[in-house]
Write a protein that binds this ligand. Structure first.
Ligand SMILES: Cc1cc2nc3c(=O)[nH]c(=O)nc-3n(C[C@H](O)[C@H](O)[C@H](O)COP(=O)(O)OP(=O)(O)OC[C@H]3O[C@@H](n4cnc5c(N)ncnc54)[C@H](O)[C@@H]3O)c2cc1C
Length: 429
């Protein structure tokens, strides 16, 4: 289904823009970073916010938003400049994604899957070890992906989850790639595949395996499989609690031939990234940073009697409301502080302290966004959670953050506890 919406970013002049979540001066961002992040905020507030309710209600993919993301250059946000993209680094992308999440959670979350295809194969891969020949080959291949994105508006997704322990990083992926002349034959199944039926390429993690060989995480391949390939199908319903516009259905791969040039990373490089660049898994959090800000913004506006479509009744004079807003503001600032630090220090070979902080940041954002949304509902009251207003959607969307593998809220606790108490290789034997 396509929505009848014709708003463009040109409508920005009619909207008083919100202040950025992270003020560029206070958070020491460059002008170039601030420009990219403003672009995301403008399109989020002036265009995506108005469409979000329909995508959510109908559980349909935000196709129109993707056309707009392409039009304003944001599909290629992390594509290196020499390939025609905006060349954003990890921090810039994260801050821009938070601004999109503030106005449409499903768009930000799916955009994350798309952008990671370029962030991981781009600046992140540049930090990893490859011999000169492998790097040259990677350069040639990624140029093909980037050209499709920048010129044609191609959309990539990231279906990793399989329902077992693989997406948590415990075992090798069950989706298998058997090497054949000129490529691989891929077989397997991915659950919760956001953008299914809407992405042009599925960035699939799978295990390269020869006949009779044992599956190993070291042999993980990251392949961009064309949605049009023979043997690819999308099955199952999609009618979830939140993040309904992500359309995260099940993907099946049955004897799909995938040519060599489809590799988003050379052999062995995904495993190296997972070991040496752990912040790659923190990229699901920006969406929820934005939702946390949205819950707070809504509450302030509501209590000031400034929510569009509602009578201008003020509720801000009650001391209990003021205390609730104070608690929300403190929680929001705590989340912002740890999250900003974590996305700023994302790099190869982080220290143990930085890794523990990244888990803590993920936990704080994913749980905190929903806590803020719950507080917002309690504080604003019954009329504020009607479906005609965005708060109940923010509440439902934010509930999904803790479930995102490999760094679910539970797994973050698990890792922090273990890694704080044990050094690598230490046992109690
Ligand atoms: C809206 C939405 C969009 C999504 N989009 C994508 C996508 O695009 N691509 C993608 O790959 N996935 C996606 N996912 C899937 C997501 O990352 C998880 O894989 C999925 O939610 C896991 O389902 P489950 O909770 O039933 O998994 P289970 O494996 O049953 O895990 C249940 C819980 O147990 C805990 N757990 C799991 N493994 C371990 C372990 N080894 N040790 C201790 N505890 C453990 C975790 O806390 C987990 O939340 C999406 C999920 C949602 C909700």
């Amino acid at each position: 289904m396509t929505m009848q919406v014709s708003k463009t970013i040109g409508t920005t002049d009619k909207v008083a823009l919100d202040a950025p979540i992270f003020d560029p001066v206070a958070f020491r961002l460059s002008d170039e970073q601030a420009g990219i992040i403003t672009r995301a905020r403008e399109i989020g507030q002036s265009v995506f916010a108005g469409r979000a309710a329909t995508y959510d209600r109908e559980a349909i993919f935000p196709t129109e938003n993707y056309r707009d993301l392409h039009r304003v250059g944001l599909l290629g946000i992390a594509v290196p400049k020499k390939h025609g993209g905006l060349g954003a680094n990890y921090q810039t992308y994260a801050l821009a994604a938070a601004e999109i999440g503030r106005y449409c959670g499903a768009t930000a979350l799916t955009w994350n899957m798309h952008v990671c295809s370029t962030l991981w194969s781009g600046p992140l891969a540049d930090d990893l070890d490859m011999d000169a020949e492998t790097r040259a080959e990677h350069e040639r291949r990624r140029a093909v992906h980037y050209k499709r994105i920048v010129e044609d508006g191609a959309i990539y997704s990231q279906p990793f989850s399989e329902g077992g322990a693989a997406a948590a990083g415990g075992v090798a992926f069950g989706t298998e790639a058997r090497p054949v002349e000129g490529g691989w034959i891929v077989n397997g199944k991915k659950i919760f595949a956001s953008l299914s039926g809407h992405a042009d390429y599925y960035g699939v993690l799978c295990t390269e395996i020869e006949e009779g060989e044992k599956a190993s995480r070291r042999n993980t391949l990251y392949l961009a499989i064309s949605a049009k390939s023979e043997g690819v199908s999308v099955v199952g319903d999609w009618d979830p609690l939140g993040m309904r516009g992500t359309v995260s259905r099940t993907l099946l791969f049955k004897d799909v031939f995938v040519p060599e040039d489809s590799a988003l990373m050379p052999r062995g490089v995904y495993f190296q990234a997972a070991m040496r660049w752990p912040h790659m898994f923190l990229t699901l959090s920006p969406t929820y940073m934005g939702l946390a800000q949205a819950a707070y913004d809504f509450t302030v506006r509501y209590l000031r009697g400034e929510v569009p479509g509602m009578p201008p009744v003020k509720r801000r004079m009650y001391p209990t409301k003021q205390i609730a807003v104070a608690q929300m503001q403190i929680k929001l600032e705590q989340i912002k502080a740890i999250w900003f630090q974590a996305v700023t220090e994302a790099r190869a070979n982080p220290s143990k302290e930085q890794v523990l902080r990244a888990y803590a940041a993920q936990y704080s954002v994913m749980e905190g966004a929903n806590e803020l949304a719950a507080l917002a509902i309690r504080t604003c009251g019954g009329q504020a959670m009607l479906r005609s207003l965005p708060l109940e959607r923010i509440y439902r969307d934010s509930r999904c953050g803790s479930l995102m593998l490999p760094w679910t809220a539970e797994l973050c606790l698990d890792r922090i506890g273990r890694e704080a108490l044990y050094e690598t290789g230490e046992t109690d034997d």
